[in-house]
Design a protein around this ligand. Structure first.
Ligand code: 6PG
Length: 468
């Protein structure tokens, strides 16, 4: 028998996505380089109708031509090694799909190398974790369009479906574009998580609310504009108790991990010169959280204590906090999509920004109803420079920015750290100025280094002899 598709890597993601394919009636075979991993998975996969090959050679031989092989192995060196072992067994027209969280430059490099050998290479962002892999992830494939067309049916069937039934997968563009889009998804995920965590922290310390009360507030927020997976799980986390009746959230060390995709997004913002302050501040917040001992010493050195807000204003403050969270989230998406637009132009990917927002409506970690508004914005104006110029964004931000301002002031006065909120507000306040403070920077550069400056009243490069 010849199989429709092969999956290499039998970690949880590989195993789950194989089962998902089999449940959608595709013939799937799998392989893992480690014999013990293959043995551990064999029974559970067999039950789902997924075959496990005992050698790489038999695995490759058992696939229908042109072959389609999905790799779900560790990004970086392991992926390179895996490709170098499989590629010699492939023929012209076969396709390798890398479903890892890979850096887009690696994907571009591999795409170039394999294309020269006549092998297609798709770098595919996969979001939704273990559960998504099994029941429907959001998929972001980039690479040769003809290779995508060969696997389109499989990808559409296994992907998550939005409320309107549309699959959460679309062809993204050439070479590394799929992994790039997944990287931005993760950067936005970092910012969403940071802003939600700051809201929790503000309620806990500023309003002295209990976990149960906060859980109810997040549940309520989840019914409105903020409706999203991350708000939903935050409500569940806050009410979760262990067998001793203790809230797990209160037992978790405040030290955030990170695997690098948020950092890569920040670096890309710096590389292309696009402001990405909310995402980068979210990455730095995770870095700061790791400096536990230093924080404890500084806490002592400064007798640090946060103030509490008046209880009688609680309902009004919570209303402001909800609005502040929503528009900070809008600012962060504006930054993320602005970077996507720039990357699309620079790397010539012709990214369809509206379609990208649509495939994030289900399956992925940042799934949220409001993403439809982003699609509407780009449908109205595919060349839109910044989402803050769209009518929906304009009406929300105009109404809600005083709330963000009030929350920022209360946080500052009471020494409650909310770097994400402050970053969102600074971005908004700076972006809405026709003139910012950089005329002074230009003057200083010219003063000490004769770097020249442009003028507001005539074209050209000017230098002043400042010492005269
Ligand atoms: C997803 C997630 C997934 C993973 C992140 C976590 O879209 O399914 O983003 O890719 O959970 O890699 O990243 P950090 O460990 O950096 O938080």
């Amino acid at each position: 028998m010849l199989y429709d598709i092969g999956v290499v890597g039998l970690g949880v993601m590989g195993a789950n996505i194989s089962k998902n394919m089999a449940r959608n009636e595709f013939d799937v075979t799998t392989f893992d380089f480690y014999e013990d991993v293959r043995k551990n998975r064999i029974l559970e996969l067999k039950e789902e109708g997924v075959s496990v090959s005992s050698s790489l050679e038999s695995f490759v031989k058992s696939l229908k031509k042109p072959r389609n092989i999905l790799l779900l192995v560790k990004a970086g060196e392991v992926t390179d090694k895996t490709i170098s072992q499989i590629a010699p067994l492939l023929e012209e027209g076969d396709t390798l799909i890398d479903g890892g969280n890979e850096q887009y430059e690696n994907t571009q490099r591999r795409n170039g190398h394999l294309t020269a050998l006549g092998i297609n290479f798709i770098g595919m962002g996969v979001s939704g974790g273990e559960e998504g892999a099994l029941n429907g992830p959001s998929l972001m494939p980039g690479g040769q369009k003809s290779a995508y067309d060969n696997v389109k049916d499989i990808l559409e069937k296994i992907s998550a479906k939005a409320d309107d039934g549309k699959p959460c997968v679309t062809y993204i563009g050439n070479d590394g574009s799929g992994h790039y889009v997944k990287m931005i998804h993760n950067g936005i995920e970092y910012a969403d998580m940071e802003l939600i965590s700051e809201s929790y922290y503000f309620m806990k310390h500023g309003l002295r609310m209990s976990n149960k009360e906060m859980s109810e507030v997040f549940d309520e927020w989840n019914q409105g504009d903020l409706n999203s997976y991350l708000i939903e799980i935050t409500a569940r986390i806050l009410e979760f108790k262990n067998e001793d009746g203790e809230y797990i959230i209160d037992l978790i060390l405040d030290k955030a991990g990170q695997k690098g995709t948020g950092k890569w997004t920040g670096i890309e913002g710096l590389k292309l010169g696009i402001p990405l302050s909310i995402i980068t501040d979210s990455v730095f917040s995770r870095c700061l959280s790791s400096l536990i001992d230093e924080r404890a010493q500084i806490n002592q050195a400064y007798d640090a204590e946060m103030g509490a807000l008046p209880q009688e204003d609680k309902n009004e403050i919570l209303e402001d906090l909800k609005n502040a969270l929503y528009i900070s989230k809008l600012m962060s998406y504006s930054q993320g999509f602005r970077l996507l637009k720039e990357a699309s132009d620079i790397y010539e990917w012709n990214l369809q920004l509206g379609e990208i927002s649509m495939i994030w409506r289900a399956g992925c970690i940042i799934r949220a109803h409001f993403l439809e508004e982003i699609n509407r914005a780009y449908e109205k104006d595919p060349e839109l420079d910044n989402l803050l110029l769209d009518d929906y964004f304009k009406s929300v931000v105009k109404k809600a920015h005083p709330s963000l301002r009030r929350i920022a002031i209360k946080a500052i006065e009471n020494e409650i750290p909310v770097p994400g909120f402050l970053s969102a507000l600074s971005y908004f306040d700076s972006m809405k100025q026709k003139r910012v403070s950089s005329n002074m920077i230009q003057a200083q550069r010219d003063y000490f280094g004769a770097h020249t400056y442009e003028r507001i009243d005539k074209p050209g490069a000017f230098h002043t002899d400042w010492q005269q």
